[in-house]
Design a protein around this ligand. Sequence first.
Ligand code: SF4
Length: 345
Amino acid sequence: MIMAGSVIVIGAGSAGMEVSGVLARSGVSVTLIEKTANTGGHVKNWHHLFPDHRDGADVVSYMGVRAGHKLVNILTGTEIRELSRKGGKFHATTEGGSELTGDAVVVATGFDLFDCSRKEEYGYGIYDNVHTSAELEEMFRAGRLTTASGKEPEKIGFVHCVGSRDEKVGNLYCSKLCCVTAVKQAIEVRKKLPRSKVFCFYMDMRMGGASYEELYREAQEEWGISFIRGKVSEAGEMIDHRIQVKVEDTLVGRPLKLELDMLFLMAGMEMSEAGARISRIAGLKTGENRFLLASDNHYGSNRGNVEGIFYAGSCTAPMNITETISHARAAATEVIDYLNGINLK
Ligand code: SF4
């Protein structure tokens, strides 16, 4: 049904762009606000995606086409300072002082990656050869995977669950996507550096998506990647700048020490700063995991506690791209119902 109405969408990653495109094609005017200088969220920083090693740039260009509608007005470098509702309309003021109005609001502020320097025992930000999973994607994109001294690495390790399932940092949840990211990245390292030895240190392998388990099997059988069940207790720098990790192998029940040329930390997903900010400004409830709290776990995942404000994507929980896009489409459907006066609580 073609209809009128206007919506403010906050966040121009995959969820925000998808929800904007769907709404615009239904005749709704959208103001899509992005605090950074560019649209595309985290996906634009990813060289290849799991499970099919597809170019991240393909998805970014797909999203650009979806949101590239004349009814979508994209404002980058823009943040909301105030948001209130008067006379049935939402009124937003940006940090720059511009006034925006909308009949509804969609929050699509996504996630932030865990700051790995908070886990001091792994040496991120201290040792030159310890990096995050996001930095490895940058290296893949730049076509340069070398140690800090410019050498081709021979032994490479991946530490799972950094900032997730960890009481010490206050994140008890599983980020859901870092196991499969580690497997994908480990395979890519082996493809680029066929002489390398690659180790993944994990607590459990959580491969709960279509084709993820097959990718895990491929990593072991085709690429000879070693999966060691155990938590890395500590990483230290050796005199030659290699990294020594201490890990308890819980399958064979003995402690291990391994010297590696590079160590990559699989950073978990956290509620974004932008999401936390909008939750404060608009009075949106958050859950124990600090993500936005859905009104119902089964049928209300696009809605929270404020009527007329809807949620799209991983501002509510860790999601992969497929889930994010589906969640955004569902959010658009809910908004259209709401604009049509159908409000199923
Ligand atoms: S997906 Fe894997 S690495 Fe990520 S938090 Fe869950 S168990 Fe840990």
